[in-house]
Design a protein around this ligand. Structure first.
Ligand code: UGA
Ligand code: MN
Length: 313
């Protein structure tokens, strides 16, 4: 009997006397359940920590397909202002590479500084307009060599995602970027402030493309603005000869035609099936080149510094 009491005391830690056997079992099971509870909680927490540590991004976030934004730009007084405005729009968009391509023979450190300051991932390249087009008195193929340089970059470096031609002077609602990210071939949508119609848009009836609305059709198969379409990188790479022609007014049409075969039923219509306007063909007033600074008169002032930040043609 004595031995029994000693054993019970040893296991339960409860000082027992008389009919203490039941009390001791209760204490024992409480301790057991507590131990199981604490152990389970610890194991769960450890597993959760491990799971989190394996995730490249915050829990619940998935990697979105990349966006390649091809922006032609050229030297002029408004250049840094335009790139600043566009850059801060793009800063709201994740997994994006901004391909800034200047119509020039060499890069401009001022542009590089602005791009660095904005902080959007970018590549800054040059692609000059061929001399014969530069000399012409007629309309020039603006931004074409730049965009073709962008396409060449994508053929070399990109495997998935979507490309979009974003001129440096337009206005973009960031929701269009999230919509274009998931397209399978080509997508189109309306662009505001284009021609006398005030908007250029595919015409959709019963969910189908029935034509295009634009103040200038000009015999084009795809009378759309540069800001009104996006193309999947995979689809582009399946068409190794696709490029933009040096043909003023027909750049968009020529490029989209070069993506053949492309059936109109394969085109996706974004911006609420073209019932909304998310991009605008805004145009900035041209500014005269800044006059030369009188360096003697303003010697040793801040003007010596800001004068170096002015882009003169
Ligand atoms: C319109 C279209 O929106 C353009 O996409 C199209 O290229 C152009 O017409 C055309 O057909 O020539 P628009 O506003 O008239 O554009 O032209 P800009 O904004 O002056 O130029 C379009 C893009 O090319 C801009 O990103 C601009 O920075 C660039 N660009 C312009 C050059 O790279 N070099 C130039 O000499 C002029
Ligand atoms: Mn423009």
């Amino acid at each position: 009997m004595k031995g029994n009491y000693t054993n019970l005391n040893m296991y339960s830690g409860i000082n027992t006397s008389g009919n203490g056997t039941g009390k001791m079992s209760l204490g024992k099971s409480i301790k057991m359940y507590l131990t199981i509870f604490i152990l389970t909680t610890c194991i769960y927490m450890a597993l959760y920590q491990y799971h989190i540590s394996r995730e490249p991004f915050a829990a619940g976030e998935v990697v979105k397909p990349p966006l390649y934004i091809i922006t032609p730009t050229y030297r002029r007084p408004e250049q840094l202002a335009e790139l600043t405005r566009l850059g801060y729009t793009l800063k709201h968009v994740v997994n994006l590479l901004w391909l800034v391509i200047e119509d020039a023979n060499k890069t401009n450190p001022l542009v590089g500084h602005v791009l660095d300051r904005i902080g959007v991932p970018y590549e800054y390249m040059v692609a000059p307009m061929p001399e014969k087009y530069k000399q012409t008195k007629r309309a020039k193929p603006r931004g074409v060599s730049n965009r073709n340089r962008g396409l060449e970059y994508l053929r070399q470096h990109a495997t998935e995602g979507v490309l979009y031609f974003a001129d440096d002077d337009n206005t973009y609602d960031i929701s269009i970027f999230e919509q274009m990210r998931y397209i399978s071939k080509v997508a189109m949508w309306p662009v505001g402030l284009v021609t006398k119609t005030g908007v250029s848009s595919p015409i959709i009836k019963d969910g189908k493309l029935v034509g295009f609305y634009d103040g200038w059709i000009g015999g084009r198969k795809y009378p759309v603005d540069m800001a009104g379409f996006a193309v999947s990188v995979k689809f582009l790479k399946e068409r190794p000869n696709a490029q933009m022609p040096f043909k003023p007014g027909y750049e968009e049409d020529g490029f989209l035609r070069s993506l053949a075969p492309l059936d109109s039923t394969e085109i996706e219509f974004l911006a609420d099936e073209c019932r909304d306007i998310l991009t605008w063909h805004t145009q900035t007033k041209k500014n005269a080149p800044a006059q030369a600074l009188n360096r003697t008169h303003y010697k040793s002032t801040n003007l010596e510094h800001i004068d170096k930040l002015l882009v003169r043609p």
